[in-house]
Design a protein around this ligand. Sequence first.
Ligand SMILES: [Zn+2]
Length: 279
Amino acid sequence: MAVTLGEVVAALEARYDPALAEDWDAVGLVCGDPAEPVARVLLAVDPVATVVDEVLDTGAQLLVTHHPLLLTPVHGVPADDPKGHLVHRLVRAGAGLFVAHTNADRAAEHGVNGALAAALGLRDAVPLQPHPADPRAGLGRVGRLPEPTTLRGFADLVAAALPVTVGGVRAAGDPGRRVRTVAVCGGSGGSLVPAAAAAGADVLLTSDLRHHPASEALESSSPALCDVAHFASEWPWLPVAAELLRRDLGGRVEVTVSRRRTDPWTWLAGAGRSGSAGG
Ligand SMILES: [Zn+2]
């Protein structure tokens, strides 16, 4: 019997409880009819035009994204608005959109942070900032590498484990610094530098790190820092969630991971130049 969109949503919400989402977040079903059948689901980090193209190309009836399309309140979704246009394209194609954002970040198992820790092979990973209601859930993860390495070795490991992006992997700290205990946070995890330090992490891997906190961390005894594209840090969740959804729906739905790289930073100038500041 065909699986309905409502059943897919129920399976996703059983794994990624909407109650775990931050108050400001906008998770759940954005568009789509819960009574309609779903044969194919596509998972992506961002609900952007190229991913909607892929939904139409592949004939998926549901797009599941990590990031919300409509995070701030709107009064309408007219087709001449960029986001409204995406809603129209999805609805016309008979496809729904479902968002699992901070509830997927904080999930105890199979969430964004657990997937990032697993992609790096971290052992005994626990939340860096446990959820007050469930200490197994929460933001970030801290765990140990199977073998100690250097900061340079760790950055190489990160580069090999995550999708390739133009910005690559940036590190702050002595390349020879010993790294064994690793803190990670998918997405913008700069606020977790103190938590990573308190957890005894040798390095914090996250994205969107800003100049001043990074500079101040380097001047103190804080962990070294590793910064990757926001997209890359959250991408490892997609194959994890896809496999889970396949299993939870008994293989009755085809679930695929988007092949589009939606990191907005797509080119770089001046790479390889050398020289001191100011010429
Ligand atoms: Zn994010």
